[in-house]
Design a protein around this ligand. Structure first.
Ligand code: SAM
Ligand code: SF4
Length: 332
């Protein structure tokens, strides 16, 4: 058995697995979920921590090196620190990170770091408390800001802050957000809104191309030059030409510039479906295989099948119907 990364039909080395640990969330972001929330999956249908750990160790045997926990809100699932400890101990997993809305992070950052979490990405779309409540429908800005500080204190670095940009809702704050990288060392990433789930409502008039965001930032704050940052995935990173030691700026443009050519990832949903592509319809049912007693070789074959099924590129993300692929289920 080889522990070298598996490559797909296009020669892309598949080294990154995103694991959604729950479809539940304590917020209701306007681009992700309806105000009333979504029908929740039964607890029995969600993978147990032992099941996730078994799948991750099989993925690691096939060359997965980086694992990211996501959701729903991963910290909304009880005992997440236990899962982190289990995954951090799996040979081959070199980088174990998490994407979170940060609202519960002030409480958990230190124990998560102690359990082996390497770093976090924190979603934050605005710096204004009233607007934060409007976008998340039930969140408190102060809690997420406290989460960012706690993550930095716990050494979960580099902390990355993700802002989904929407016209008429928060696009007037991109410069203010970028300034945090200059003044407070944040690594801020700007993301184009995707037409998935509730994001479909924002993909028309609300969509802001990332080039426009970059232009506004450079005009106001100075020019950017390419940089490297740990965890390089679909984001393009930049540092300030006049302040190279400040935080970085990242741009993620799933719509205006598909990053399929260097897509290195698979996604595991909370109910155990393995997705070759966020925008594709194909999924492999790992939970059914696990619970029917599949041995490791059979599970490895399912991972290989998913890798082989990765498409060359996603065709038309603007055609994904609302509700067809929910971000809270796929983990973004
Ligand atoms: N609850 C966690 C959080 O918000 O960070 C993790 C799950 S969330 C689904 C993962 C990421 O997807 C977040 O950064 C969120 O902003 C992003 N996201 C959700 N819906 C989106 C959409 N329609 N377009 C672009 N990004 C989206
Ligand atoms: Fe929850 Fe994250 Fe979706 Fe917001 S983006 S509703 S925090 S899962």
């Amino acid at each position: 058995m080889s522990s070298l990364p598996c490559a797909d039909r296009m020669g892309r080395a598949i080294t990154y697995l995103r694991v959604s640990v729950t479809d539940r969330c304590n917020l209701r972001c306007v681009y992700c979920m309806p105000a009333e929330g979504l029908p929740l999956q039964e607890h029995a249908d969600i993978l147990r921590y032992e099941e996730i750990a078994r799948l991750v160790s099989i993925a690691a045997e096939l060359g997965i090196r980086r694992v990211r926990l996501t959701g729903g809100e991963p910290l909304a699932r009880r005992g997440l620190t236990d899962l982190v400890r289990m995954l951090a101990g799996i040979p081959g997993v070199q980088d174990l990170s998490m994407t979170t809305n940060g609202s519960l992070l002030a409480r958990y950052a230190a124990p998560l770091a102690e359990a082996g979490l390497t770093r976090v990405n924190i979603s934050l779309d605005t710096l204004r408390p009233d607007r934060f409540r409007q976008i998340t429908r039930c969140g408190e800005l102060a809690e997420t800001l406290a989460g960012i500080e706690a993550a930095r204190r716990a050494g979960l670095e580099p902390v990355k802050v993700n802002m989904v940009v929407m016209r008429g809702l928060n696009d007037d704050e991109v410069v203010e957000m970028a300034r945090r990288s200059l003044e407070q060392g944040w690594n801020v990433r700007f993301i184009e809104v995707m037409p998935l789930g509730e994001g479909a409502h924002w993909s028309g008039d609300g969509y802001v191309p990332i080039d426009e965001v970059r232009q506004a930032i450079e005009q106001a704050l100075g020019s950017l030059e390419p940089a490297e940052l740990a965890g390089n995935g679909p984001a393009r990173y930049y540092r300030w030409a006049h302040a190279p030691d400040a935080g970085t700026i990242g741009f993620i443009s799933p719509i205006s510039d598909h990053f399929c050519a260097y897509c290195n990832r698979l996604r595991l949903t909370a109910d155990g479906k393995l997705l070759p592509c966020l925008f594709g319809k194909q999924e492999l049912d790992l939970r059914a295989a696990l619970r029917q007693g599949a041995d490791d070789a059979a599970l490895r074959d399912l991972f290989r099948e998913a890798i082989a099924a990765k498409p060359r590129g996603h065709d038309a993300p603007d055609h994904v119907a609302p509700g067809e692929r929910l971000m809270s289920r796929t983990g973004g």
